[in-house]
Ligand binder design. Sequence first.
Ligand code: AMP
Ligand code: MG
Length: 278
Amino acid sequence: MAAHTSPDDPSTKELLRALRVDGSADLDRRDPRETFGWDKEGAAEVFAAEMEALVDLQKRLFADGSNSLLFVLQAMDAAGKDSTIRSVFSGLNPAGVDVNPFGVPTEEERAHDYLWRIHHHAPADGRIGVFNRSHYEDVLVVRVKDLVPAKVWRKRYDHIRNFEQLLTDEGTAVVKVFLQVSRDEQKERFEERLQRPDKRWKFRAGDLDDRALWPAFMEAYTDAIEKTSTDDAPWYVVPADRKWVRNVCIAKILRHHLDEIDPQYPDPEDGLDDIVVV
Ligand code: AMP
Ligand code: MG
């Protein structure tokens, strides 16, 4: 089924080019409230069509069984990481998707190099892996909060590029998304979290410490994105103040990269045509 797009919609190619970081991340020139010419209804239609295509691609990825896709999701608090996973990835067959959150490292994790806890969760052939936060925290929160000396985190961009190249070379497509929420929208979402009994549990007082460090985080994000966005493992900056825009963007990014893998159903065994099932 073809996606219904209004004449004002950007072509997918143009959209992906706008979202993708090639050189400068331009975080302060991007608008987290961007709509790309969609309205809510139109976006929902496009989203539904994209999901249909994604379901088919995921089936083929699984059946083919020779490649995988790693989707890295990074953002400030309340930017919608959990909601993205719920909205987009829950539409796929859960048997083929592995979602892994990375929080404050445990004592055992801290006693190893920072990629130790990560590599183990890279997706196996045929599967889609989703990282809710990732190894990037080790050049983001770790840098902003001085958790290790600068001479230690500065070397990590090279490690990360090499690590992701290793994954790519071995058959895992690596796709990275920064959900860009505005500081104003984060404030509103925090206030809602504080007010709603069903959302309060998500709020930690520490979230306000990170919010206060916003400019330092944006600097760290800029550096991380610019230093590690490569042809094989690109970063996309997705406007995230409006969930319906965010969802379409993510679905289109995912579809593009699964299309690039171009997974195929394996050839059936010989002689199936002669079989009669009794
Ligand atoms: P949440 O995603 O809201 O559940 O929060 C997870 C928290 O873990 C965030 O505050 C992250 O900054 C923090 N975190 C994740 N990875 C690391 C890391 N490698 N070092 C320190 N803190 C981390
Ligand atoms: Mg949180």
